[in-house]
Design a protein around this ligand. Structure first.
Ligand code: BGC
Length: 786
């Protein structure tokens, strides 16, 4: 999509802590299912109606995901090639445990029939619950008041709970709750319309291998055919009032059913509690899954919904205490930024075995793969708020280091090459020009380790895990690049693709060269530090990976001699060696319906033009801002902004941040709104396929790195705020080097308070300020000229 100069009207009502819809509409149902999804980093459930949906097929997608649970398939190429990715992995839809179908005196609850007198659905980001309140009149005139609550527990990762309350308003009669676990579930219904939701997996994937049901408890066990993974979904139920309830069960090939019936009286509330758990063989022994899953739900039932709700709220109190951002004067931004942060929490793996998929746990777009999105876009949010989650994201990469070494070997290189997209290790990108060729993923991971280490000083992590990744990636760069005589014997990295996927297989992509340089420099630095501080561990690691001292010298030299493209004529950084020699396109001349170009133009046609899907040089400037002057950023911004289509959702946040730096206030805010409201207002028209997780990380980056102007480095944090005109105030906390710092910004002042930890020096527009515990330092806003 092109840059939007007009903001979209908010789809859901504006509220600082809630997302609320007040109408049920089949036209928007598919989209709303994404927005009202619940997740806890492990389980993700789209916001499908618990009672089922009888609308047209293309207005819904029913799905439940388990982070990292995938099926494997062969990627086939009629025109094959050496080293092409062979094994695809795709996150699959698992047994649907969220079904509760009420039958009201013989009539099934169905919002598409009868009349809806009242409807409201709320995602409450403080409580971590989605609630739905409906007053429904059946075709035969029976009126019921319904109140449903659903959550996936942040404190019990394997657990989801639904409470379903029904009150007969104008009748006495039989009320049945039919609760099911359905193993007959499908993947990828929409294949073919948008390549980005395409997958090697379609239709039914999981086989139900076992099932049982007894009284209120039941389970289904499913297996993948190829990846060898199993899962168990177990359920248990409770009802209030219990008196007079009649329980019956049923089984079908792929389904278990528990029916609870009661003779209901008008004015009385009947509530069914359904406890649902998922356990998989990725985490536990297969033979244990059933026991564990049943134990989880029966235990949860003993505790009861209200205790689980309390735990949820308590967890979120802690989360918001660290992570919240308060924006004064702009409800659109306030709601948007909280939704982004909350969605990231819902979708990010916290177990060191999983990461965050491009669409989180809300849709199977991009096959549930993890990309560089996690390290470059999402990780900073967690580094400065909940660093243990950031640590786990990095541990996930460490787990895949062996696979990355194998991939480097396969491609004829030393060191390690991380896959462009994967779930559990192998390169899953079938289109290598915009896949494997994005070697920058190695440097992105190394950069994330640096960001993490500088902010947390977690040397334990650095020496135990980070260093090995840094050395193997540095090794990879040293092997991939070469000293090229026609380039003044500079160290060049040829035939790569940078972040901008509308330009591929080029020499000396600036982003890649700069980031590889940082990767190697940092590896050299860490090697030196580790040798001094942990000689024993260092020697062990050197032995483990066969590292030679001359290799470290070679990294140093390659970093020093790195070819860093520069155009003397334009005084900008060319994206790569050939970029400036291509035809520049005026994107305003391209008809609106041609965007995103990748769905309408052949790649060759895109590649031969100066046109960018997303920032490349500009992203580099954003990440390494200290290396560039404001004038340099401005010149590059002016050059690349008009040729960027923002066809990638990873684009607008970066423009917002840089626009802040160079004083382009209007751009900064426009791009921010496009970022922070991307999913809530469906800017790209595809939120039905799932959230844009990287962009949500980008929203946090845009507030903190952009408007608050936080510039971190190894020594300190420097704040150079530029609040948008609309904002009266912005406050947030950052965790930094074992301190917790409260930052309160107004348009004319800035306050910094050290809430936890020892005194520390920060910077405000480069001026040093000393923060001491409990004390607040107030500064007048500088009138910065850019
Ligand atoms: C972007 C990539 C991104 C991927 C997954 C693509 O459209 O160009 O940079 O990693 O989406 O979000």
């Amino acid at each position: 999509m092109k840059r939007c100069s007009e903001y979209k009207k908010a789809i859901y009502s504006l509220d600082p802590w809630q997302v609320r819809e007040t109408e049920f509409d089949i036209e928007t149902n598919y989209r709303d299912e994404t927005i009202f999804a619940v997740g806890n980093g492990y389980i993700g459930m789209r916001g499908n109606l618990e009672e089922g949906y009888t609308g047209p097929e293309n207005t819904t997608f029913n799905a439940t995901y388990i982070n990292g649970f995938y099926e494997e398939y062969d990627i086939r190429y009629p025109e094959d090639g050496y080293g092409f990715a062979r094994k695809g992995q795709a996150m699959v839809n698992v047994a649907d445990g969220k079904i509760i179908k009420p039958v009201i005196d013989g009539e099934e609850l169905d919002l598409l029939k009868g009349r809806i007198h009242f409807y409201e659905r709320i995602l409450d980001m403080k409580k971590g619950i989605v609630e739905r309140k409906v007053t429904w009149e059946s075709p035969k005139g029976r009126i019921v008041e319904i109140h449903i609550k659903k959550l996936t527990s942040f404190t019990r990762p394997h657990l989801a709970v639904i409470s379903f309350r029904i009150k007969p308003v104008n009748f006495d009669g039989r009320l049945e709750f039919i609760s099911r676990v359905n193993g007959k579930i499908f993947n990828n219904v929409e294949y073919g319309k948008d390549f980005r939701v395409g997958s090697g997996i379609r239709g039914r994937v999981l086989k139900t291998v076992e099932r049982a049901v007894d009284d209120t408890v039941g389970f289904i066990k499913q297996k993948t055919e190829r990846s060898g993974l199993s899962l168990v979904c177990a359920v248990d139920h409770d009802i209030t009032p219990k008196k007079g309830c009649f329980i019956s069960t049923a089984e079908q090939e792929d389904m278990i059913e528990i029916k609870i019936a009661v003779n209901a009286r008008r004015g009385t509330c009947y509530t069914l509690f359904k406890y649902i758990s998922y356990f998989t063989s990725r985490d536990y022994q297969e033979y244990d899954l059933e026991n564990l899953a049943i134990k989880e739900v029966t235990g949860a039932k003993v505790d009861g919904m209200s205790i689980i709700e309390e735990e949820q709220e308590k967890f979120l109190d802690g989360f918001w205490e660290d992570a919240d951002i308060i924006v004064e004067g702009d409800p659109v931004s306030q709601q948007g930024i909280r939704f982004c942060m909350f969605s990231l929490l819902q979708s990010t793996g916290r177990d060191g075995k999983t990461s965050i998929a491009a669409k989180g746990l809300t849709g199977a777009g991009y096959e549930g793969h993890y990309f560089w999105d996690s390290e470059i876009y999402v990780l900073p949010f967690f580094v400065y708020t909940r660093h243990e989650i950031a640590r786990n994201l990095l541990l996930y990469r460490y787990r895949l280091l062996d696979a990355a070494r194998g991939r480097a070997r396969e491609l004829g290189h030393r060191g390690a090459l991380f896959p462009w997209r994967t779930i559990d290790g192998p390169e899953c990108s079938a289109y290598f020009p915009a896949g494997t060729a994005q070697y920058h993923i190695d440097a992105d991971i190394a950069f994330a380790i640096k960001v993490y280490e500088e902010a947390t000083e977690d040397m334990e992590f650095l020496y135990k895990y980070g260093a090995e990744i840094l050395f193997e990636t540095a090794r990879f760069w040293a092997d991939l690049g070469a000293y090229i005589p026609s380039k003044g014997n500079r160290f060049c990295i040829n035939c790569v693709t940078g972040p901008d996927e509308y330009t591929a297989l080029v020499d000396n992509n600036a982003y890649t060269n700069y980031m590889a340089k940082v990767n190697m420099e940092y590896a050299v630095e860490v090697a030196g530090m580790m040798k001094r501080e942990r000689p024993g561990d260092y020697e062990q690691l050197v032995e483990k990976i066969g590292l030679k001292q001359e290799e470290i010298r070679a990294w140093q030299k390659a970093a020093e001699d790195m070819y860093l493209p520069y155009s003397d004529e334009l005084k900008i950084i060319p994206q790569d060696d050939s970029f400036l020699h291509r035809k520049r396109i005026d994107i305003d001349q391209i008809p609106e319906d041609q965007f995103p170009l990748l769905l309408h133009w052949h790649y060759l046609n895109i590649y031969r033009h100066q046109i960018c899907k997303q920032p490349d040089v500009l992203l580099l400037m954003m990440l390494l801002r200290k290396r560039f002057t404001v004038e340099e950023i401005k010149r590059n911004y002016d050059y690349y902004e008009p040729i960027t289509t923002h066809d990638s959702s990873l684009s607008p946040s970066v423009f917002s941040i840089l626009a802040c730096d160079i004083g382009y206030e209007r751009d900064a805010y426009d791009y921010f709104i496009q970022t922070v409201r991307m999913d809530l207002d469906d800017y790209n028209g595809n939120v039905k396929h799932g959230i844009h997780a990287a962009n949500m990380g980008g929203a946090w980056n845009a507030v903190i790195y952009g408007f608050a102007g936080m510039k971190p480095d190894s020594e300190s944090l420097n704040f150079c705020p530029h609040l948008p005109e609309k904002w009266h105030g912005l406050s947030f906390k950052v965790r930094y080097k074992n301190r917790k710092i409260l930052v309160e910004l107004k348009r004319d002042s800035a306050k910094f308070t050290l809430l936890e930890g020892d005194s520390i020096k920060l910077h405000y527009f480069n001026e040093e300020i000393l923060l001491m515990q409990g004390l607040t330092v107030t500064k007048e806003v500088k009138n910065v000229k850019v």
